[in-house]
Design a protein around this ligand. Structure first.
Ligand code: ARG
Length: 583
């Protein structure tokens, strides 16, 4: 049920009756004296040679409605208020309707969402946090509005880190069993977590080590024994750890494919590109020109003698002179692989801005070569970075990248501290829900593309526009309903301002879903959800639901707060924020 559409329909009929062939549009009003408004009469003045105020009066005089009250206000606005009868009918409908009044999109699209990007043998780090949070919510939003969505973690499982890690473990003597040694050592996740950073550090100074790691990587990629067997063990261990960490964030994936799966399609992708005449040899490497008009225009020289370009859009490198494929090739091949398996209307990626050029190039190559059909939308949802209080990307005190696990632990500790000071149980499950909920709401209430400051104290506050506040409001409703001991609700009737405000905020909440869908950002939903929670808090402070003596009124209250809970839980589910039993 879309009230704006309903009002527009009423206005359309009235316009016809009054002799104007017009479709007037209606919007929410922020004026405080009405719920909706229509400013369309001004524009009609010239066309009909009439004063706009008179036009508005003409139209309103032809309206016959009880749910809405229409009023003309100078100079020529039509103000629309929902009557209490209208709010009451709406509330009862919203409570009974399965979707709580939300409408699905007219056409359902099939979407593949790629928002993981974890790398095998490397710990998940802070850079993977926002894509996981945002991607998971977009997935839930798209599904709620009727899209069919497949999520793919797209593991980074084809890179040098594999060779590096194995070589390091080998040198630590942990792989002897695979190379003829008698005892087979069981590699643990701790081994992996130590091996990769150590190897990575060594690579920077030890040229020989690096070269050997490259050779090992090649052996793994060619599925040579025992390198490949060890890799499989590492991959499995790593995936177990990665999925457990994603699960803590409430993110889950249907597909656990990786760059290695795409590798089987690289030859084919490159052949398609060659057949289309798009591939060019450049110093032995294979490239595809992707610059459009006005892009990549040479504009002098850099200090180091290289050419400087305006609107840089360098060619996409798809094969090195030694025959090796690159990151771009795997993403092109992945699109080929996905399009063989599914018919997709959209493929969307969530990563930070550093990959902007990469995806731009990949998308262009796929469009030019037909690997992605023209009508398919390829979208890069770029997330801003999470900064520390100093405004720079969030780092550990020593300046290292923060591990995702450490962030989660930090959030849980803070949540426990809060719970203890509130006198509530501080078990791990509750602390995880509150800690991660706080993080997610703090993140998602910002526009996806903007940077924001990670302020754990602010995110974790139990008052204000925060995750814990929203969780707390639902906990409160649950406890009221519990105290009412199974008493049933009844028909909702609306007769006070706090109740009207609840309905108004629900209407806005419902309309925010479409805004989020269009903008691929959840901030509008977060704001609307917070407004509903605040409207509920005001209502709750002014009415004693449990001790209300008028039975019908109490029944109406019960239904109304049940509706509030339903709408809050629906929105929290899109944000993938769980609600604890107590807090
Ligand atoms: N594995 C990459 C990283 O950690 C991110 C992958 C993003 N997704 C993609 N399809 N390229 O940076």
């Amino acid at each position: 049920m879309n009230l704006i559409k309903e009002i527009e329909k009423i206005l359309k009929v009235a316009c016809e009756k009054a002799g104007y062939d017009e479709n007037l549009s209606v919007s929410f009003s922020n004026m405080g004296n009405c719920d909706f408004q229509c400013n369309g009469c001004f524009a009609l003045s010239k066309k009909y040679g009439k004063n706009p105020y008179d036009i508005a009066e003409d139209i309103v005089s032809k309206i016959d409605a009880t749910i809405f009250k229409f009023e003309v206000s100078r100079p020529a606005f039509i103000n629309i208020k929902v009557s209490d009868e209208g709010f009451g009918r709406l509330a009862n409908f919203l409570l009974a309707d399965e979707m709580g009044g939300l409408e699905k999109n007219e056409v359902s699209q099939k979407v593949l969402l790629d928002y993981g990007g974890a790398n095998v043998a490397k710990a998940l780090h802070i850079g993977h946090l926002r894509p996981a949070i945002i991607g998971e919510s977009l997935k839930r939003l798209y599904r709620l509005l009727g899209d069919e969505v497949i999520s793919d973690v797209h593991l980074g499982d084809w890179g040098l880190q594999m060779g590096l890690t194995e070589l390091q473990l080998f040198e630590e003597g942990k792989l002897d069993g695979y190379f003829g040694g008698k005892e087979k050592y069981d590699i643990t996740i701790e081994d992996l977590n130590e091996a990769y950073p150590a190897a990575n550090k060594r690579k920077a100074t030890d040229e020989e080590f690096k070269k050997k790691a490259e050779e090992w990587t090649l052996k793994i990629q060619q599925k040579e024994s025992p390198y490949y067997d060890i890799y499989k063990v590492i991959r499995e261990l790593s995936v177990k750890e990665i999925s457990a960490n994603y699960l803590k964030l409430g993110a889950s994936f249907e597909l656990w494919k990786g760059e290695s799966d795409a590798h089987d399609f690289c030859d084919e992708a490159v052949n398609i590109i060659k057949e289309k005449g798009l591939a060019k040899l450049s110093e032995g490497a294979l490239i595809v020109e992707v610059a459009g008009e006005g892009e990549n225009v040479p504009a002098g020289k850099n200090e180091d003698g290289t050419i400087r370009y305006n609107n840089p859009m360098p060619p996409c490198l798809i094969q090195k002179s030694n025959g090796a494929y690159l990151y771009a090739t795997t993403d092109i091949a992945t699109i080929l692989m996905r399009n063989k398996e599914y018919t997709l209307d959209r493929i969307e990626y969530v990563t930070d801005g550093r990959q902007k050029m990469h995806f731009n190039q990949v998308f262009r190559v796929c469009k030019k070569s037909g690997i992605s059909p023209q009508e398919q939308k390829l979208v890069h949802v770029i997330n801003g970075t999470m900064n520390g209080r100093d405004g720079k990307p969030f780092k550990t005190r020593s300046g290292d990248t923060v591990k995702l696990e450490d962030i989660i632990a930090m959030l849980m500790d803070k949540a426990k501290e809060k719970l203890v000071s509130n006198g509530a149980a501080s078990d791990d499950e509750t602390a995880l829900m509150i800690g991660v909920g706080a993080m997610k709401f703090g993140d998602l209430s910002n526009t996806v593309s903007k940077d924001y400051v990670f302020d754990i104290d602010k995110f974790m506050a139990f008052e204000g526009k925060t995750g814990p506040y929203l969780q707390y409001m639902v906990v409160r409703i649950n406890s009221i309903l519990e105290k009412l001991n199974g008493k049933q609700g009844g028909e909702i009737f609306i007769d006070c301002e706090e109740e009207r405000e609840i309905l108004r905020t629900i209407i806005k909440l419902n309309s925010s879903y479409q805004i989020c869908y269009r903008e691929r950002s959840l901030n509008a939903l977060c704001t609307a959800l917070y407004d509903l929670a605040s409207a509920f808090a005001t209502f709750y402070n002014n009415h004693n639901i449990i001790n209300e003596s008028d039975e019908n009124r109490q029944k109406s209250f019960i239904s109304l707060i049940t509706l509030v809970r339903k709408k809050m839980l629906q929105a929290l589910d899109v944000l993938a924020i769980n609600v604890p039993k107590k807090m």
